[in-house]
Design a protein around this ligand. Sequence first.
Ligand SMILES: N[C@@H](CCC(=O)N[C@@H](CS)C(=O)NCC(=O)O)C(=O)O
Length: 207
Amino acid sequence: MKIYWIKAQAPRRVLALVGHLGVNAEFIEISRGLKTNDYAALNPNMRAPTLVDGEVVLWESSAIMAYLCIKQGSDMWPADNPQEQVEVLRWLSWDNCHWLSAVGPFYFEHIVKKTFNIGPPDRAALVEKVPNLKTYAKILDDHLEGRSFVACDRLTVADFHLASMAADWREAEMPFADFPSVVRWLDTLARLPAWADPWPKTTAAAA
Ligand SMILES: N[C@@H](CCC(=O)N[C@@H](CS)C(=O)NCC(=O)O)C(=O)O
């Protein structure tokens, strides 16, 4: 199995899951090869991550995570429980439609720019993004009150999905002071070794 990755939040979910489940995979860092014809043949979006497992070529991190759980027999994707699937799907959709655009600007200014060396964070641009972040942080905080995890009363792919842009929230200066359940949840995930340090130690460069 091969996993193409770059040091960014969507691959992070997949790589953390790979580490957490102990999946045996070859890691290919694709930073400089995303926009090549060879890579476009695997992933026409020219983005990461992509999984190749024999005949299976899969993009979209949520689908890759479900595939890995099914393959490993992990209930982090509840393949055998339709009701739980619906619960997890609700949060994956909420992430893609709401949470991602709420935390994304902070993640971009503070984490992406630093990782890829594309300039200093523009803090002034983030001021107008605070209300939207707080709107959705409140929804997540209310949901997490009295809960350790987002869905199914256990760690699922929904946690890795939702947390991937917010993992470095302190460094990203996300204003979570009024959202203690979100902070507790993120700090709980940070104690998982595979989540805290998801990046492959050995990786091949793309051809
Ligand atoms: N919805 C996709 C998002 C993929 C995506 O946008 N990946 C980003 C990194 S988080 C990427 O490859 N960016 C490089 C680029 O846009 O050139 C998924 O979940 O896999």
